[in-house]
Design a protein around this ligand. Structure first.
Ligand code: ATP
Length: 434
């Protein structure tokens, strides 16, 4: 009970911090909100971009065997028919006899009683989670299309184009970051279960006999990524997904689950999709060296961006008590933090301090690192508190001594300790620490 309250409080604190500090806002808020949608504010975009860019650098730019793609969200309906989604992308549901609320059976603890009104839950029809739409002015069924529920198919349908353009040798992969849409029955838990989200996915094409080797390899790569962006690995659990619970295309899946405040839930997944998709799209690969035609098999590491951001925020959130006051700060890794450093003149009504801070400190740091904030609002204590909540690793203050000796105070977010650093040394000081 006590633990539950603490965990609920933590979630409330994160949601409120995200809104107050401009990370994430409720979607369509001024009209009462739209369930399952969230809008990213300035610092949220920066945090999300940093995670995505890190992912792209690690899995695409620093490898020789990976090809990027950015496919259209709308695709012909045949893609989803042949991929099995029109028939299978549905979850078993239950419905409350009394208030008619619907729930996904795998997402509720009490499978007999309605959590809203206590009414009896009965089996309901399966519900396909793809958002259907129509292309063009025609009402005809041939105009039906879907907003993609996964980025994966955008890669499979471009498999031939990629092979023809780049002539890759097996094994090789395709990588994509992009939006996906699912008409979730009960969106909940902030960024965790939403209707519009982003995925970072890899389809890694291999010979079927090598699948176990590459499954293991990608399991390791995924773990490394989680650690590198600052996810608390003590809260990550690998779960082997059982036969009845896997997606229709997978013959082995591991879920990486995270201890969220609302329970241990899926963060990312790793699936062995066999040759299911390429076969269904009637695609093949010619191995020129061996002179044979094969249908490659696929290992798919998949990462939800929103869930990654949430796990990073929950891992980074710290509170400490000092002199009766609670200090909350986000211990984000400097490479992921939305702001690397904030620059402040001690007093904003002293032109000599403002000018020095602006021209000699802020401008060169901004040109070097980009993610640099100017903060002259309120007193220094308030500025530190604000930057702590944004997760800014370094706060730099220009004071009267600076004008004499060209040194500034640099305060460390995690320890709260301050040291004097020469202005001419600032760039190197920060570079060494990121
Ligand atoms: P769940 O069982 O939680 O619905 P899933 O197994 O259907 O998830 P996948 O189809 O494997 O999820 O999707 C790949 C990744 O996309 C997930 O690991 C997760 O990070 C992310 N994801 C899936 N659905 C959502 C959603 N509704 N909101 C936010 N992220 C999602």
């Amino acid at each position: 009970m006590e633990k539950n309250k603490k965990e609920n409080d933590l979630m409330e604190k994160i949601v409120s911090l995200c809104k107050r500090r401009g990370f994430v806002f409720p979607g369509s808020e001024i009209y009462g909100g739209l369930a399952g949608t969230w809008d990213w504010g300035h610092f949220g975009v920066a945090l999300k971009n940093n995670i995505q860019q890190y992912w792209w650098k690690k899995f695409v730019d620093s490898r020789r065997d990976m090809y990027g793609i950015d496919a259209a969200i709308l695709m012909r309906q045949e893609v989803w028919q042949n991929a099995g989604h029109v028939e299978n992308f549905a979850d078993p549901m239950v419905e409350c006899e009394k208030c008619k609320s619907r729930f996904r059976i795998d997402q509720i603890e009490n499978k007999e009683k309605c959590e809203n009104c206590g009414g009896k839950l009965v089996e309901a029809q399966k519900f396909n989670m793809m958002f259907q739409t129509r292309i063009g002015a025609s009402e005809d069924s041939s105009a039906v299309s879907y907003l993609r529920p996964e980025t994966a198919q955008g890669m499979f349908v471009n498999f031939k184009n990629t092979v023809d353009a780049f002539h890759p040798k097996l094994p090789f992969g395709m990588a994509q970051i992009g939006k996906a849409f699912r008409n979730e029955i009960t969106p909940r838990d902030f960024l965790f279960r939403v209707r519009e989200f982003e995925q970072m996915e890899i389809e890694y094409f291999i010979r079927n006999e090598d699948w176990e080797k590459y499954f293991e390899y990608w399991r390791g790569e995924m773990m490394d990524f989680m650690e590198e962006v600052g996810i608390d690995m003590a809260k990550v659990h690998e779960i082997e997904v059982g036969d009845g619970d896997r997606a229709h295309y997978s013959s082995r899946t591991i879920d990486f689950e995270f201890d969220f405040p609302f329970g241990q839930k899926e963060l990312f997944g790793l699936a062995y999709r066999t040759d299911f998709d390429l076969k269904n799209h009637k695609l093949e690969y010619i191995d020129e060296e061996k002179g044979e035609k094969i249908v490659p098999h696929v290992i798919e590491p998949t990462f939800g961006v929103g869930r990654a951001v949430l796990a990073v925020l929950l891992s980074a959130y710290h509170e400490e008590e000092k002199e009766g006051e609670i200090r909350a700060y986000l211990k984000l890794k400097p490479n992921i933090a939305p702001v690397i450093c904030a620059v402040s003149p001690l007093l904003k009504n002293k032109p000599e301090l403002v000018e020095y801070a602006n021209i000699k400190v802020y401008a060169p740091l901004k040109a070097e690192f980009g993610r640099v904030a100017w903060d002259d609002n309120g007193n220094i204590g308030k500025r530190y508190r604000r930057q702590d909540e944004i997760g800014t690793p370094f706060c730099i203050v220009v004071d009267f001594d600076t004008l004499e000796d060209n040194t500034v105070t640099v305060r460390d977010r995690d320890t709260g300790e301050q040291e004097r650093v020469k202005v001419s040394e600032l760039k190197n000081y920060i570079k060494e620490r990121i």
